[in-house]
Write a protein that binds this ligand. Structure first.
Ligand code: SDX
Length: 394
């Protein structure tokens, strides 16, 4: 192991920890990756170099970037026998279920990724996972629509290669529009890390038992799947489509979302940390306004989203509770515009968040004196009592 970090292993007991990866100021709507504000990644967005930044703590040199890209290209294929696993799932299987299962299965095919006792082995495992998650995601989608799997193309960069595996046909290669390439790079970057959110804390919790990187990230996929977390990007589109179909007006939906009896929520709104506009939502909303016309896409859901935001931003209920659009509010509209199927939205979130999970797993694994996470509880159960034999029970 190289370079122990003297972080507070307090996480083991208190559920909080020290980390040097991402900084959030929820009141001022600030998000920085290793000190760099996310707004600075908008020009020529490059997800691969941001993944390196999060994991290794600084932007890669030209040589490091070249070598890492080569590792990603070289490890994009899955073991051929893994294809049989996809066939074992029903076509209707949620892609997040397949993603978690297949990431876990990877550790069975790559025992070399277990021994992460030095930086070189860890980097190879990180590159393997960041590369293969695309192939797994694409194959899960192709299985869901009954289409043949498309092998990764070693001549394509990270994002175009993923879109190639998703959308190419044996008779017609998918051509990646640079606007789409940049939009998806930016979407992945904006999802790449977010300090101790539910799924990242899950990865740290599982990793604290010295479970391997793949098992820990497979657990992160399961946590992210929930509609209160990464699953919200699908729930937002379902909400907007319900309004678009005329089942409910925008005003009705806002009213029902405020009514505690309905258990409804304005999906894509609110955040435990941001009590101001989520800076990611600000960027995604702006990119959606700019990109859709350039792609010749007119999506009525964008107009509905803007209307919802305007009403909520002026409604005392949302103002008092400091509820603003979060990362999930506009991401689905952008993903639709670039052709991503709705059932893949949360998978895209997972692909983006993977470098953050890996960075936190590695940061924790290098922490001197790392101990297994063991949060405590406040017992509110029954007072001590004695066992009662069957015949004496009423
Ligand atoms: C992500 O943690 C992260 O960093 C997550 C994430 C990341 O990058 O990893 O940012 C990604 O998960 C974004 C959040 C996606 N989820 C949603 O959009 C689902 C809708 N949002 C809510 O469920 C909620 O806002 C949460 C889950 C995001 C936050 O929940 P909290 O912090 O537990 O807030 P809460 O449930 O305690 O709500 C506080 C009050 C309550 O009202 P009162 O009891 O005070 O009267 O605000 C209300 C809530 O009812 N409220 C909402 C609301 N969100 C909160 N009311 C209507 N609509 C909403 N969306």
């Amino acid at each position: 192991r190289t370079g122990y970090i003297a972080l507070d292993p307090g996480y083991a007991n208190t559920g909080s920890c020290e980390s040097a990866i991402t900084f959030i100021d929820g009141d001022r709507g600030i998000l920085r990756y290793r000190g760099i504000p996310i707004e600075q990644f908008e020009q020529a967005p490059n997800f691969v170099e941001v993944a390196w930044l999060l994991i290794f703590g600084r932007l890669p040199s030209a040589e490091e970037y070249r070598a890492f890209s080569e590792q990603l290209t070289a490890s994009a294929n899955l073991d051929e026998s893994m294809k049989h696993h996809f066939e074992g799932f029903p076509r209707s299987a949620p892609p997040m279920a397949i993603l978690s299962a297949m990431i876990n299965a990877l550790s069975c095919f790559h025992p070399e990724y277990f021994e992460l006792d030095d930086r070189a082995h860890f980097q190879a495992a990180a590159a393997g996972l960041i590369s293969k998650i695309r192939t797994i995601a694409a194959y899960a989608y192709r299985h869901s629509v009954g289409q043949p799997y498309i092998y990764p193309n070693p001549r394509l960069p990270y994002v175009p290669n993923f879109l190639h595996m998703l959308f190419s046909q044996p008779y017609a290669e998918y051509v990646c529009d640079p606007l789409v390439r940049d939009a998806l790079n930016l979407i992945l970057i904006l999802h790449a890390d977010h300090e101790q959110n539910c799924s990242t804390s899950t990865v740290r919790m599982v990793g604290s038992s010295q479970a391997n990187l793949f098992a820990s990230c497979a657990a992160g996929v399961c946590a992210l799947w929930g509609p209160l977390h990464g699953g919200a990007n699908v729930a937002v589109i379902e909400m907007l489509e319900q309004i678009h179909r005329g089942q409910l007006s925008v005003e009705d939906y806002v009213r029902l979302a405020k009514d505690k009896n309905t258990k409804m929520r304005l999906m894509g709104f609110g955040h435990r940390i941001y009590k101001n506009l989520d800076p990611r939502a600000k960027i995604l909303g702006r990119v959606a306004e700019q990109l859709l016309p350039k792609l010749g896409v007119k999506d009525p859901l964008l107009d509905i989203a803007r209307r919802l935001e305007e009403i909520a931003r002026n409604d005392p209920y949302f103002i008092e509770r400091k509820l603003y659009p979060n990362v999930d509010f506009y991401s689905g509209i952008l993903l639709r515009a670039i052709g991503i199927p709705t059932n893949m939205f949360t998978v895209i979130f997972a692909i983006g968040r993977l470098p953050g999970w890996i960075a936190h797993w590695w940061e924790q694994a290098q922490t001197e004196g790392m101990r297994i996470a063991r949060p405590r509880q406040l017992y509110i159960g029954l007072t001590p009592s004695d066992y009662a034999p069957h015949e004496s029970r009423v």
